[in-house]
Every structure is written in structure tokens, then in C-alpha cells.
Design a protein. Sequence first.
Length: 216
Amino acid sequence: MVFSKKKMLASKVFIWFFYRFIRIYTWTFRLHIENEANWHSHLAANGRVLLCCWHQQFFSFIRHFQSYRDQQPSLMISKSTDGEMIAGVATLSGWHPVRGSSSRGGRKALGQMGAQLRETGLAAHILDGPRGPIGQVKKGAIFLAQSAGARIVPVYAIADKAWVFHSWDRFFLPKPFSRVIIRFGEMLTVPKTSDPQQFEAQRKNLEKTMRPHLLF
């Protein structure tokens, strides 16, 4: 039998064990949540929320984001092999992965994401994924928020002890038993517009708001 790394990473057994490992690993974090109440109140009042983060920090959110599973939130994940594994973990965490990215199947995936966001009220989006460049907000987040009438809520992570890898995104991994802070920014309104300049201004504003929170 020929060993296939791709098949192994996509197998249900591997994904289940990887999910259990993440659960155990992240439960060692001393987690502290800041400024969550405002957007929860907006959601409870039948508003819609799009949580936005940088690719480098998404691992830090996995444990806490499981608490949103009752809202049936969606998340756009690439169609790559790594994406298959991440989509499996997202599903086990109670999230609904929509497969696609800016380089493959993005238009259809954004349409599905928008429909789910309008229905459930909650979704998340990784702004510079899956390939970067780091710190560049792509158009998808603005399109999603406008099409669903959702507020954008930036979310950031920091830790007192962490590894930062030499990957394109400078991937950030809190060390076991570290103090991890998840901080939600203020809600941003992005009115729907057909003017390309206004659309680009909204994209740049989100980028300007969130770039200072990248960890290098």
C-alpha cells in the first residue's frame, strides 16, 4: 500500500484525533475574554455579526469559539488538503465550513457564506487567508458584511508565552499553560455601496483598524 499524506490528513480518524489534541492543548490556556458583550447584545437583538481575524491568530480562538455552536456559525475554509483537516475540526467544533478561497471557488463560497450569515446571524472570516500576504484585508469580508447587512467585529489574540513561526503569516501558537487574551474590537458598520472607491475605502479602513494588532 502506498502511503498518502494527503489521504491521511483528510481521514476522519486523523481529524478526530487532531481535534481531541487541540481540545486538550487549548484547555491548558488561562483564557481571558474582553469586550464580548456588545456584539452579543447586537446578535440577541436579531442583528448579524461577522467576526474577522488574521490568519496568524486563528488557533487561539478555537476553544472559545466552540461556545458559539448553538448559533450555527459558518466559516470559509480553502479547498486545500490543510483546509480539509481544518474543516473537519471546525465541524466537530460546531461550525459550518464553506469550502472556497480567493484562489479557488471563492465567488461561490462567498455566496453560500452570505446566505448562511443572513439565516443564522453569525459567521467568521479570516481576512488574509489562506495564502496572504500577511496583513492584507481581501475584499471578501466587506462583500459578506454588505450582502448580509452584518456588523464587522475584529477579534485579536495575545499570549504571555508563545511561539511565532517563520511561515508567511508568522503563525502564532500560545504555549501550554500560557495566559491567552481574546479581545473583541468595536463593531464596524459597512454600508452597502455600488461605488468602487467607497468599497475600497471600507476595505482600507478595516485593514488600518486591524493591522496594528498583528504579531511579528
